[in-house]
Design a protein around this ligand. Structure first.
Ligand SMILES: [Mg+2]
Length: 162
């Protein structure tokens, strides 16, 4: 069994929107087969954590409450009896704030390690679709996987389990 899977959200779990933020569950469209992938990954990873930049909050386009509701609805859609995603970390800050949590910085990963000190970095992975994800993951010592429309989370899962 692998240890921890860190997932970026937009572009990995759900489709990105053109020039705007996903602000509610009506706009949240799963990437093809990402639901199936997460259910299967849950069986081969000890825990799954999301680390997501959500600058829309800092811009006042949505609130933390909007985001938490959206994530609750996502969890309910993915899961039956229990949450498949163990914890969701988000950075609400604006890029100009130069905070420590916004990827490519590693603040969210560091917080996860504080919450789950048993995380074995050397046996953990980060999947993202942006360079900022990959940079953050590498800085933290994780094995990183860059996904895209051509190589999705489901495609990666298939590759590691075949
Ligand atoms: Mg992304």
């Amino acid at each position: 069994m692998f240890d921890t899977l860190f997932l970026d959200r937009d572009g990995v779990i759900n489709k990105k929107l053109e020039q705007r933020y996903v602000t509610n569950f009506d706009e949240f469209v799963f990437v093809k087969n990402s639901e199936i992938a997460i259910r299967r990954l849950h069986k081969i990873f000890k825990r799954i954590l999301i680390v997501t930049n959500q600058q829309g909050i800092g811009k006042g386009i949505m609130t933390k409450e909007d985001l938490n509701l959206l994530h609750l609805q996502m969890q309910r859609k993915l899961s039956v009896d229990f949450d498949l995603i163990d914890k969701i970390y988000f950075c609400p800050c604006l890029e100009v704030e130069n905070c420590n949590c916004r990827k490519p910085k590693t603040g969210m990963l560091e917080n996860a390690k504080l919450d789950f000190p048993e995380i074995k970095i050397e046996d953990s992975f980060l999947v993202g679709d942006s360079d900022s994800d990959i940079i953050a993951g590498k800085k933290f010592g994780l094995t990183t996987i860059k996904v895209s429309a051509e190589f999705t989370l489901f495609d990666w899962l298939t590759k590691i389990t075949e």
